[in-house]
Design a protein around this ligand. Structure first.
Ligand SMILES: NC(=O)C1=CN([C@@H]2O[C@H](COP(=O)(O)OP(=O)(O)OC[C@H]3O[C@@H](n4cnc5c(N)ncnc54)[C@H](O)[C@@H]3O)[C@@H](O)[C@H]2O)C=CC1
Ligand SMILES: CC(C)(CO)C(=O)C(=O)O
Length: 318
């Protein structure tokens, strides 16, 4: 057996499902250590086939060759070892349906924001890995992504099924040069990440302003209201967040996370800018629904979710 054959035996094959800002950047890094299929839209696939994936920012600059873009399951011609879902939460079910034949029986990780994606994925496979990424990604143009601020390591934790898959995934991601750590409390980890998105994503998207707007004196009170309500709902759900109280988290939010992302725009901003559906119902809308179930008033989350839904239905003239 020659070296190339040996290497291909050890080299894992990863399918990134729903490759846009996060998924393409991830594919760009993983291509260093794995064979990577990126399931994406034809506009990205064509650009990547023409001249590779263009990356800029803190995850590297330049063209990445070797990613295999696919626009449907029939284009996947070899065995896949691991799947990472990076579609928007609004598309989790439809993309899992489309690729059901490929992902069945494989370990599938989610790097998506919001609550509820892992439960959907678990309907399609036995081993599910929850994940969080606290880094800013955006699409500059077809097949061209930018990675800016980073505030925490990527984290993965086993949601259901085979724990060995978690170690393998973390090993691969680490070898690709991404800072990553295991999260033994991934359910709480997903809520912890959702706190940041609940606090800043809709405000930034509605005001067309970067994340730093959350610290503005006129805006801060709304952020505080959103976070306090989320804490009350999390407690009613039995979720233990990493910060003991809402005020402890707010201290971290305003001293670390908002400064880290002050100059960049969150994913929901790009959704509204591009006239797309947002993940509001996996974030603030979800808190409002759970609040209702528990008899907890959530006026801030209910109000902001309504604003975002209105904005989704009335795209801005550009
Ligand atoms: N953009 C960011 O900075 C961060 C985003 N996230 C989360 O990561 C997830 C992905 O976010 P983004 O990458 O920003 O979204 P995105 O919208 O840029 O990428 C998702 C891609 O999936 C594609 N897609 C959906 N269904 C598909 C299908 N059936 N076949 C092929 N492609 C399909 C969409 O067309 C889109 O290009 C979201 O849950 C988001 O909240 C998490 C951390 C940071
Ligand atoms: C962390 C942050 C704000 C980075 O962009 C994000 O998760 C998002 O944009 O949805």
């Amino acid at each position: 057996m020659d070296n190339e054959q040996m290497e291909s035996l050890q080299r894992p094959t990863i399918l990134v499902l729903g490759a846009g800002a996060v998924g393409l950047a991830l594919a760009g890094r993983l291509a260093r250590v794995a064979t990577v299929y990126a399931a994406c839209r034809p506009v990205h696939a064509n650009a990547i086939r023409d001249r590779g994936l263009l990356m800029e920012g803190i995850w590297g600059n330049g063209a990445v060759e070797g990613i295999i873009p696919v626009t449907g399951p029939d284009e996947i011609t070899t065995e896949v070892d691991l799947v990472i879902v990076t579609a928007k939460g609004t598309d989790t079910r439809s993309i899992c349906e489309e690729y059901a034949r490929v992902i069945r029986g494989l370990p599938v990780a989610s790097l998506q924001n919001g609550i509820g994606n892992e439960e959907i994925i678990a309907e399609y496979t036995g081993t599910v890995i929850g994940g969080t990424v606290t880094t800013n990604f955006s699409v500059v143009a077809p097949g061209h992504v930018r990675v800016l601020s980073e505030s925490a390591p990527m984290r993965f934790g086993i949601w259901s099924g085979d724990g060995a898959a978690l170690d393998r995934l973390i090993g691969i991601v680490r070898t690709a040069g991404i800072t990553v750590e295991p999260d033994p409390e991934i359910r709480s980890g997903k809520w912890a990440k959702a706190l940041l998105n609940i606090a800043v994503n809709p405000i930034s998207a509605l005001l067309h302003a970067p994340v730093g707007v959350a610290a503005d004196a006129d805006i801060r009170k709304t952020v505080i209201g959103l976070v306090r309500e989320t804490y009350a709902v999390a407690a009613a759900e039995g979720v233990r967040l990493p910060w003991a109280t809402a005020d402890d988290y707010l201290e971290y939010l305003f001293s670390v996370q908002v400064p880290d992302f002050a100059a960049v725009y969150p994913s929901m901003y790009y959704d509204l800018e591009r006239g797309r559906r947002t993940e509001i119902d996996l974030l603030n809308g979800y808190i409002a629904r759970l609040g209702e179930r528990h008899g907890i008033a959530t006026p801030y989350n209910r109000c902001i979710a309504g604003f975002v839904r209105y904005a989704e239905r009335h795209p801005r003239e550009r």
